[in-house]
Design a protein around this ligand. Sequence first.
Ligand code: PLP
Length: 436
Amino acid sequence: ETMTQSSATELTSEEVVRITRETNYGTWRFQKGWNPLHIVDSEGCYIIDANGKRYLDFSAQLMCMNLGHKNQAVIDSIAKQAQDLAYALPGYTTTARAELSKLLLEVLPKGLNKFFFTTSGTDANEAAFKIARMYTGKTKIIARYRSYHGSTAGSIAATGDPRRWSMEPRGKGPGIIFGPEVHCYKCPIKHTYPECGIACADYLEHMIRNESDVAAVLVEPIVGTNGVIVPPPEYMPKLRRICDETGVLLIADEVMSGWGRSGEWFAMNLWDVTPDILCTAKGITSAYVPLGLCATSEKIGDFFQDHYFAHGHTYEAHPMTLLPAVATIQEMRRLGLVERTRKLGPFVEEKLNTLKSKHPSIGDVRGKGLFWAVDLVKNQKTKEPFNTYADKVSSKALVVDQIAAKTLADGVIMQAWVSHFVIAPPLIITEEEIER
Ligand code: PLP
């Protein structure tokens, strides 16, 4: 009976799972024991499986369903667009394209006013690399360790975590070099904040000045999957200054940190810093349809009035994605979700700190708004994690995965990565649901 709600076919739930297992592969699907949940329905912060079991989603799926499920305004926008016009080539325009562009001018960090629409965060970053290289005439991009920027050739090469390792040595470059991440809980260059004077940013400057041909520095303003790392307040203004002084572009990858998650529309607003290029996706449509955005300064956009930007996709500025993005921004405003998220931040922080004070295996909790990490450690003093990147790539059973499997059985979805959880529920979550 539950099956017929979501599917017109005669397949039983067992057949759905079996056929998927036998024919699909990808990140979640490499293990022989993969036994996917068969999801048939959803509501707000919950997804519902074929047995009618409800799961409270504490990670907004992939930190993207900011509005939660079944937002009627977004659903209506999809239906309307499908009825009016499902597709038109990107050289044309639609009313939704202009409406979305107007709204973007209002919510993006000021000064970003030229837009290139893609279908994912990955290809928004690919566009950014090409733009930065064409605009500066230079090649190298300085990325940081403990980062994720996507899965295609360029974006995986700029990824500072084990998802790149499987591509090595081909994954190296061309022209990507890595600098230290900002991570005060476990400083990669063994300094202590604030006495350090933000030495990790100085290190990036050292790299720029000792390399030739640097086009850009690429950062996740708040590191996402690799541990929700919020930099100290001086970091981003300092990096902006360094980029200005050395003539290098600053690219902010706000694929995960954007769209209200930090309690600001974009994390860069936390420090009032405008990057030269900002890439985003996920929350732009609350993941109802796949849309990415690469936004640049006027100066960079104008450059391409006179220079051929040989870059585009069949699905660039796809009409089916743009009206839902308009509806998403309008819904976020109507529900006051950015302000609400800002206010909920201290509530989540207090709950997590209470948990930490009671539990010796929690080493650190950190975050902002509705974007938090819980780090698990064997020992709070030594900060030794239960598992490492090397464990992850060798497919060892990870402690966090075992805990996530337990919470899933209890009806709560937790996003686990190596030795921490990423907490990023839909922004509509209630205090009662957070308590749970
Ligand atoms: N950049 C960051 C910071 C991300 O978190 C992600 C995805 O999780 C990406 C890029 C890639 O985006 P997508 O999965 O939409 O291609």
